[in-house]
Design a protein around this ligand. Structure first.
Ligand code: TYM
Length: 324
């Protein structure tokens, strides 16, 4: 038995990278597991980048709606907002004091963000410690994530081992990252990793017209329509093959190599495939977004369950550190 846990920030609406890299694999892993899974919305984390409270509320709903639309089974899941379990903030403080400064200073994600963003706050710096607390508070064994979170998982393991060694007991469970090879880095419309902060993401829940516009922004080269094209260097083909069946992918491949098939055609096929493949999820997402009470009820139930588990671990930590 293994406890699965993962989270998504509410710094924007969830995109195809979040869905293929985290939501779908986590739901699959949760299904295969007997034990309850822990799925949460990392709204505390989103404060590092966005200070707009109304927007955060909307994005929190959207992330929750996406999980539910993709079939999260809440009878087998503890589904909650990170901020509604403030125990995590207390554990973060304790873990901060077991985290070497250079470990945080060398984090790829901090280096990348601190070079690009205007608001380089201390929360951005200690972000991995809050993430470690998210995982360790609930004694998770398996954490399904995309490749960009790999280093954060390694830090979590290091922080937990240091803590256990210093207190002389294996109180914190050392978690393992679960990264699916085929979806470890979903490319965005410009070929870089799809990310809210690069503004190159595809929001599959957008109304048709807007979705089409976004699909049309996928960057391609200037090979003329008549000439054969290389599917392996094309962003449209890469994205299409991530959601298409094997046969559909082979068919598009042949069209690229045959000539007289333009990138506009490929974009149209990709757009249409999103609409058909995710028709149910798009409908369910809209339903939840216009019925936020349904989401609220589900989260409230999860938050109560999370409290019981989190408080137990936190009390043990307090005891070990002489705060009880
Ligand atoms: P976030 O919100 O940036 O992304 C959520 C999940 O989506 C995955 N992902 C991707 N996977 C493949 N290709 C992509 N282009 C892509 N973009 C995003 C991420 O790897 C992640 O699994 N720090 C985390 C949130 C978090 C968390 C946690 C995760 C907070 N606490 C505890 C797991 C456990 C983050 O910012 O993910």
């Amino acid at each position: 038995m293994a406890r699965v846990l993962t989270g998504i920030q509410s710094s924007g609406r969830p995109h195809l990278g979040n869905i293929l890299g985290a939501i779908v694999p986590a739901i699959q892993l949760a299904k295969e597991n007997q034990e309850e899974s822990y799925i949460f919305i990392a709204d505390f984390h989103s404060l590092t980048s966005s200070k707009d409270s109304e927007l955060r509320k909307q994005n929190t709903l959207a992330v929750a709606a996406a999980w539910l639309a993709f079939g999260l089974d809440i009878s087998k899941t503890v589904f909650y907002r990170q901020s509604r379990r403030p125990e995590v903030a207390e554990l973060t403080w304790y873990l901060n004091c077991f985290t070497p400064f250079p470990m945080l200073a060398n984090a790829h994600s901090f280096k990348d963000k601190s070079e690009r963003l205007a608001d380089v706050n201390a929360g951005l710096f200690t972000y991995p410690v809050l993430m470690a607390a998210d995982i360790l508070l609930y004694s998770a064994d398996l954490v399904p994530v995309g490749k960009d979170q790999m280093q954060h998982l390694e830090m979590t393991r290091d922080i937990a081992s240091t803590f256990n060694r210093i207190i002389g007991e294996d109180l914190l469970t050392i978690p393992e990252a679960r990264i699916s090879e085929s979806v470890k880095t979903i490319p965005g419309t410009d070929g870089q990793k799809m990310s809210k902060s690069y503004n190159n993401y595809i929001d599959i829940f957008l109304p048709e017209k807007q979705l089409k516009k976004v699909v049309n922004t996928i960057v391609t080269d200037s090979t003329p329509l008549e000439e054969p094209k290389d599917p392996d260097t094309c962003n449209v083909y890469k994205l299409y093959s991530l959601i298409a069946s094997e046969t559909q992918t082979q068919e598009m491949r042949a069209k690229y190599q045959g000539g007289n098939y333009g990138y506009g055609h490929a974009k149209k096929e990709f757009f249409e495939l999103i609409l058909t493949k995710y028709a149910e999820e798009r409908k369910a997402f809209d339903f939840y977004m216009s019925n936020p009470k349904e989401i609220e009820e589900k989260l409230a139930a999860g938050e109560e369950k999370a409290r019981q588990v989190g408080e137990k671990l936190l009390n043990q930590v307090r005891e070990k550190l002489g705060f009880r």
